[in-house]
Design a protein around this ligand. Structure first.
Ligand code: SF4
Length: 405
């Protein structure tokens, strides 16, 4: 049978082709079970039984955006009542609080606010690093990098170098969705092109700025689109070695404008458990041995399914997040943070060993056993909810030039 033949080919150490990967997407029943088992075995051989997580905080400093991506329920237009913009002091307060709660990373991504000054992202980096020098700044999607460079009339290389000088540690490899312009034009017309996304990622890697890499799947794309995306990032990784991890993100349809307003036909609105597990297993097989870290994303699919992904090729449980806004606004019901104790509990009950890691996968602490004194609990009141944020007059976006002052 075809699926078995492809799995045998992989076991013999031969790289899977795009056609092989597409054929694996037909796996059902016993074939699917074998696919998951092979991916799980490969994960064990590559990275063992440790499952990592990072203590981090998301800071989505504005939801105001000049673009209108059809899948994005987070963004608001600049005149919208619910448009917010966090002042610098509030961003820095969140960074300091995150550090006090044990975070080693802040992840900052946001909308592309109109009338932003070109130096905005650089100034923001510098301000965060001045406030908490030891925090790792994982910030700005390739879309934001392109925006900042264009606004400041600088080359991508020059802009990235300035960000690095200001303290940027790594980039999230988001705004990738599906790296195929036909799909991108359907779900997010006007979005950064595949070519520009690759150009920025390559430039970052060349400058020694590592990045993650994502896929957003489960909307209009075909199995072939997914596999081509995997093959493309595998090729970049062979060339640069700059990706730290691969993060499959399942599409959350409930609040997405392209679904709610029926802007695009043929959008899938539900993703099955089998489809999620199949995606993880095929990612592990296609990317091996080039990208060894594959992240299960509790915020998109919930901790229970994320835990199941650990048996389908994943070896990382993602971040604690503290203020998750993007999936929450899209209708994902899994909360805006996962406490480190809960992270470890999900990992341990999967029969694996929890490890706290840095953003770049340095092992910080191995938890063979739970600490005698666990970290204090967190609450939504400690962080503030997304609905409170968009209702807050204190942070309302006002039409003005956006700068850090
Ligand atoms: S995905 Fe990003 S660029 Fe697109 S509308 Fe949302 S915030 Fe804006």
């Amino acid at each position: 049978m075809l699926v078995d033949r492809i799995l045998d080919k992989q076991a013999a150490g031969r790289e899977l082709t795009v056609d092989d990967g597409a054929a694996l997407f037909t796996a059902e029943g016993d074939s699917l079970q074998r696919l998951l088992t092979v991916a799980d075995g490969l994960r064990r051989r590559r990275v063992g039984d440790r499952v990592s997580y990072v203590v981090n905080r998301n800071i989505n400093f504005t939801n105001v955006c000049v673009k209108r991506c059809g899948f994005c329920a987070f963004s608001r237009g600049h005149r919208a009542e619910q448009g917010y913009f966090l002042p610098r002091e509030e961003v820095l307060r969140r960074v300091r609080q995150a550090r006090e709660l044990g975070a080693t990373e802040v992840c900052m991504q946001a909308g592309l606010a109109p009338r932003t000054e070109g130096s905005f992202y650089i100034d923001l980096c510098a301000a965060v690093k001045r406030a908490v020098p030891e925090i790792h700044l994982h910030a700005f999607s390739p879309e934001e990098i392109l925006y900042g460079a264009t606004l400041s009339n600088r080359t991508i290389e020059d802009y990235l170098a300035a960000l690095k000088d200001a303290g940027l540690g790594s980039l999230p490899g988001t705004s990738a969705e599906i790296l195929d312009d036909r799909v991108r034009d359907l779900i997010s017309p006007g979005r950064i092109s595949t070519r520009d996304w690759m150009r920025i990622i390559r430039a970052a890697h060349k400058l020694g700025i590592p990045t993650t890499v994502t896929i957003m799947y489960g909307h209009v794309e075909t199995a072939l689109d997914r596999v081509r995306h995997l093959a493309l990032i595998r090729d970049i990784q062979k060339e640069t070695g700059g990706f730290t991890e691969f993060v499959p993100l399942s599409f959350v349809a409930s609040e997405a404008p392209m679904v709610r307003k029926s802007l695009v036909t043929g959008v899938r609105t539900e993703i099955t458990r089998d489809d999620v597990l199949r995606m993880y297993a095929i990612s592990r097989l296609m990317l091996d041995p080039w990208i060894v870290n594959v992240q299960a994303t509790w915020v998109k699919q919930g901790p229970e399914l994320a835990q199941a992904c650990l048996d389908a090729g994943a070896n990382d449980f993602g971040g604690t997040l503290m203020n998750e806004s993007i999936s929450t606004s899209a209708g994902a019901p899994h909360g805006q943070f996962l406490h480190p104790t809960a992270m470890r509990s999900w990992i341990r009950s999967a029969g694996r060993i929890p490890v706290e890691r840095s953003t770049t996968y340095r092992t910080l602490r191995v938890f063979e056993q739970e600490p005698a004194e666990p970290e204090p609990p967190w609450s939504e009141a400690l962080f503030g909810s997304y609905s409170q944020l968009i209702a807050s007059p204190d942070f309302r976006f006002r039409e003005r030039t956006v700068k850090l002052a």
